[in-house]
Ligand binder design. Structure first.
Ligand code: ZN
Length: 283
């Protein structure tokens, strides 16, 4: 099942058409995409039968009207250095704990966002984003996927000057400027993937290939991340986890390449689709 946010309303997507959740469920489920995660099990069951029952009521939609599939997560976790080649290019040895920071929720936007570039060096990081559907606290590996509502694409946009300043770097601030958390285009439930642990992941900047890998190359895979994060923090329904980026960021290219106004960033993950982000200079 594919769940999207169409102009602020939750919709189930089938092909290029959308079924409005509140209308098709006669109000059993509301229109707020974020609220669905509080009753995820019941919603997912209902939604799995929607395409047949409500196909006639579906409407065609424009991708430009999509918002963030998870618009107001209570917690946003982000993982650094989770692919060996990226850890090497960033100059860090592999760690025994996944490097964890946050992107403050005010940075979260949807697909087709136009992001204003702050002063400094803005870089790209395509990432698989995991959405929590059932509270997870001190869970084991084996049951981790049971707590996942679905997967989507994310860009962990990063302003490197802010991020790397000081003796204890400012990861969370440097990655939380407005619009620095593009996500989407929709959430895809884990059952939709042939192999949810091994998905092609890539991004291009204005047509030039920058990153390409597979999620099976993660040092800490999705179950391991959920196990280790939930050993400390309860993961709440509607929380999201940016799971780290493969190699190929701009900061480590020769010469370095950072995002410029009028660049277009296209991020892709197998089985989910593409997430497009536009940029503009500060006024
Ligand atoms: Zn990242």
């Amino acid at each position: 099942m594919r769940l999207a946010n169409l102009a602020g309303r939750a919709v189930v997507v089938t092909g290029d058409r959308a079924v409005d959740v509140e209308q098709a469920s006669d109000g059993r489920f509301g229109s707020d995409p974020q609220a669905l995660f509080d009753d995820w099990q019941a919603f997912a069951e209902w939604a799995s039968a929607v395409p047949d029952a409500a196909a006639a009521a579906s409407i065609a939609f424009e991708a430009t009207r999509l918002g963030a599939p998870v618009p107001r997560p209570r917690q946003v976790f982000a993982i650094g250095l989770n692919y060996a080649e990226h850890a090497a290019e960033a100059g860090y040895p592999p760690d025994e704990m996944p490097v964890t920071f946050t992107k403050f929720p005010s940075s979260i936007v949807g697909p087709e966002a136009v992001v204003e570039l702050p002063e400094g060096n803005v870089d790209w990081e395509v990432e698989l984003v995991v959405v929590i559907g059932r509270e997870a606290h001190r869970i084991d590996r084996e049951h981790a996927w049971d707590h996942v509502a679905g997967l989507t694409i994310g860009q962990d946009l990063s302003e490197r000057v802010t991020q790397l300043q000081g003796s204890a770097p400012q990861f969370s601030l440097g990655k939380s400027f407005p619009g620095f958390g593009p996500t989407g285009p929709w959430l895809v439930t884990p059952d939709e993937f042939a192999d949810r642990d091994d998905l092609a992941i890539s991004c291009t900047l204005s047509g030039e290939g920058m990153q390409a890998s597979r999620t099976s190359m993660m040092l800490y895979d999705v179950p391991e991340l959920l196990m280790r994060l939930s050993a400390v923090c309860p993961l709440l329904p509607g929380d999201i986890i940016f799971s780290g980026t493969p190699s190929g960021i701009g900061n480590r290219r020769t010469p370095p390449r950072f995002i410029r106004p009028d660049d277009v960033l296209v991020s892709e993950i197998e089985g989910i689709g593409t997430l497009t982000t536009h940029f503009t200079s500060a006024p």
